[in-house]
Design a protein around this ligand. Sequence first.
Ligand code: UGA
Length: 469
Amino acid sequence: MISRISVVGLGYVGLPLACAFAFRSFKVIGLDMDLEKIKLLKEGEAPIYEEGLQELLKKVLEKGSLKITSNYREMVEESDACFVCVGTPANLDGSVDLKHIKESIEIISECLRRIDKYFLLVIRSTIPPGTTSNIIKKIVEEKSGKKLGQYGLCFNPEFLREGKALHDIFNPGRIIIGAVDKKSGKTLLDIYKKFYGEPTPPVLITSPINAELIKYANNVFLATKISFINMISQLCQRLPNADVKVVAEGIGMDKRIGREFLNAGLGWGGSCLPKDVKAFLKFGEEMGLRLKLVESIIEINELQIENAVKLAEDLVGGLNGKRISILGLAFKPGTDDVRESRAIRLIEELLKYNVRIKVHDPKALQKAKKILGDRVSYCKTFEECLTDSDLCILVTEWPEYKKLKQETLKKYMRKPALLDCRRLYNPEEFKEIKFAAIVLGPIEMKNSFTYRSYSSFHNDSYITFQEKI
Ligand code: UGA
């Protein structure tokens, strides 16, 4: 039974995994090539923000169950299974850059050549279908001189949500194991049995290519759900009194559809969905298949930015010379990650106008600064961000922004106007100021009534009527 684990790549995926294994009685050695990161980690400082991670890191370092290194040889010698979590960024054409993963597999395999023990390689990085069997397996055998059975290989996709990574590691909905051979699959399953105890989460053991496809199809489906509801939101935007939030509630009540990932807004961002959707499109192209649905969801995602800029213009009567406050820069609440953040995309669009922009985020200011530089002003508090502004745009739905009241906007802003891009606020509470929400149709009736709708079939014709209550 394997109890010595190593993790390569201590980023958003690898670091929480290393800490979780170390917490659950495994001996863990974590490796990264970024020496600055290594220094911070050795001092007990998590270089990224993830709920609960800082505390857990301190705990496992004190316990001595997590060791940090940048030395591959030490890592391979002191572990029997290695989880590879290095980045697989996008090339300019959207395809996946496998440089880092190939490099680390090469080095691990060279270290294995000198060691006589069974060693399991587990790929967690997202890679195009076919990579494990066609590329990684070949590198391992060539560089290590070993054959399957002397080493093991699995593709084991992660389904962690950023911000909730530790929660998702400890409570996974399922585990997908794409095993190159039976022994590899069983060895990894045993590791998870030891980690989770009874009952083990649902497990699907399959071929690497199926597991690789599952990872992509999963993220593309989630993006499709969001783009679908954003398409409905674009329709609602043109329909007086229509409200996509209610439509989402309604269709979400159908168990076959489900309510999750039906929050309309500025669209999907982050380090995963945009990259994976584009890589999948490219992969289809390489297979000689045009994935038209995937093309459309990308287009809808872009339209949401245009939509927000248009709403902003309408709300304040043109953007020229306006001062804008942006609340939220992280790609979603609960993280400091700004990769492919919709906030950054929106700011880049707004900066094409003659505007001055102030920004605030509870966690992501430092990371945003690296991208936006001195083109915007950074504020430590949201009050500072609102001061003397003409328009406040809520972009990331951090819970603390929920506390924002009409009075606060009136107190600090020049001419209070609020554009809610994530449907955080109740428009009823902002009646005295200019208010718009990206997913709410134009409000025509000031004192709107509540309607209960009935539908029934009668004489083969579909009759809908509304009763005022
Ligand atoms: C996503 C998947 O949800 C994870 O299952 C997966 O493991 C991960 O990618 C990955 O491949 O590593 P994550 O990038 O953390 O996780 O973010 P999500 O929570 O999926 O949100 C993605 C984007 O969609 C965010 O910009 C969010 O604001 C947006 N979103 C999400 C909506 O606009 N509406 C929704 O209803 C849900």
